[in-house]
Design a protein around this ligand. Structure first.
Ligand SMILES: O=C([O-])CC(=O)C(=O)O
Ligand SMILES: [Mg+2]
Length: 389
């Protein structure tokens, strides 16, 4: 059993949307295919992955060093003989050969994307949906059969007035979501307050609205927003300041008692540990948003979950960033609190399997081997072209 080839293609996910920090006019995404010599249903098993959204494609790093480490390794060292499968942990170790610790920048995205494709292949070789495999191996066979999801959108874009913002949010409610998320921080506070109040007219209750500042605010601005939005009792106040400014996050907790969320731009278990040590995050109400695709993949994610456990955090406090099916599988298989969903943005990468409806803000997973990409036809078309083309 061996990996015979790993391919990467960088595709555009450009769109005119913007958050408080970046616009997505030049945004790209890496798609990866891990091609094995294992035959299922008369065809080689191919695992697929992509790098979530927001951090650009990583083809250069992959081609410069990561792909050849795997394809040039002795295939036998990458096999899990006990399960007669590929070994994602051995592959991860091989990927990280001669990499120093610290500085978890873009390489964590490159490794996370390859790791996603490896797990997709492993679940296909085992003939199970990935979330079932994870539950069987790591949670005594107990999986969640549906996952709580919220609809993320509410971006800034040219010509988007409150009527359009409200219509967008209404359409998420119409599609079965109970909680929606919108961007803040790209316009002055009073204008954001008007946007928030417009969305509250649609969702009815602050508990059904989360806001995301995408790391834009300094402490003073973060506190000013905190004071201004307190009265709405929002679902959460997300990524207020720089993701690595743990002192800012800790100070905010002295000014805002309601739930906060952060972590999508922390890329390792060491960074996650620093957030929990120094960021003043509260395990009884706050949410953690680590995204496996950006942070060295599921092998590393398991270390992050262990750090959380050791520090008294329930895995149910994690609601990953990224709105992708990999995190949906991790949420169902390893008992997270839910997952982000992008019903409209970042297509064809956003959203879940075709034909599985969101009901009361919960979504199920398709009963097919792997992550489930084959059940999302627009995405699978892109992947298949890479893997089989
Ligand atoms: O706008 C983005 O980069 C995505 C984001 O923060 C989120 O989904 O929470
Ligand atoms: Mg965010």
């Amino acid at each position: 059993m061996r990996i015979v080839d790993i391919r990467e293609k960088t595709v555009s996910i450009a769109s005119p949307i913007a958050n408080a920090y970046i616009d997505f006019s030049k945004m790209t995404c890496s798609v990866v295919a891990v091609i094995t010599d294992v035959i299922r249903d008369g065809k080689p098993v191919i695992g697929y992955g992509f790098n979530s959204n927001g951090r650009y494609g990583q083809g250069a790093l992959m081609r410069d060093r990561f792909l050849s480490r795997v394809t040039e390794a002795d295939p036998d060292t990458l096999v899990d003989h006990e399960n007669n499968n590929l070994d994602p942990f051995a592959i991860w170790k091989t990927l990280m050969t001669n990499e120093k610790p610290g500085g978890h920048g873009e390489r964590s995205v490159a490794v996370g994307t390859i790791d996603m494709a490896v797990w997709d292949a492993v679940a296909k070789i085992e003939g199970k949906p990935l979330y079932r495999l994870l539950a069987d191996r790591y949670r005594n066979g107990v999986a969640d059969d549906k996952v709580w999801v919220y609809a993320a959108g509410g971006y800034y874009y040219p010509g988007k007035d409150q009527t359009k913002l409200k219509a967008e949010m209404q359409s998420y409610l119409d599609r079965g979501y109970d909680v929606v998320k919108m961007k803040i921080g790209a316009v002055p506070l009073d204008e954001d307050i008007r946007r928030i109040e417009a969305v509250l007219e649609v969702v009815g209750d602050g508990r059904r609205l989360a806001v995301d500042a995408n790391g834009r605010f300094d402490l003073e601005t973060g506190i000013a927003y905190a004071e201004a939005i307190k009265k709405y009792n929002l679902f959460w106040y997300e990524e207020v300041g720089d993701p690595l400014d743990y002192a800012l996050q800790a100070e905010l907790a002295n000014h805002y008692e309601l739930p906060m969320a952060t972590g999508e731009n922390l890329f390792s278990h060491q960074d996650a540990r620093n957030l929990l040590r120094h960021g003043g995050m509260r395990p009884d109400r706050d949410f953690l948003q680590f995204d496996c695709a950006l942070s060295y993949g599921l092998v590393e994610y398991m270390r992050t979950l262990k750090v959380m456990e050791d520090m008294g955090w329930s895995s149910r406090r994690v609601v990953p960033h990224g709105g992708h099916q990999m995190s949906l599988n991790i949420a169902a298989g390893l008992h997270l609190g839910g997952n982000e969903s992008y019903p409209d943005v970042f297509q064809p990468f956003g959203g879940f399997a075709d034909g599985i409806k969101v009901e009361n803000s919960y979504v199920g997973l398709p009963d097919i081997p792997g992550v489930g990409f084959e059940a999302k036809s627009a995405l699978y078309a892109v992947m298949r072209e890479l893997g089989e083309g």
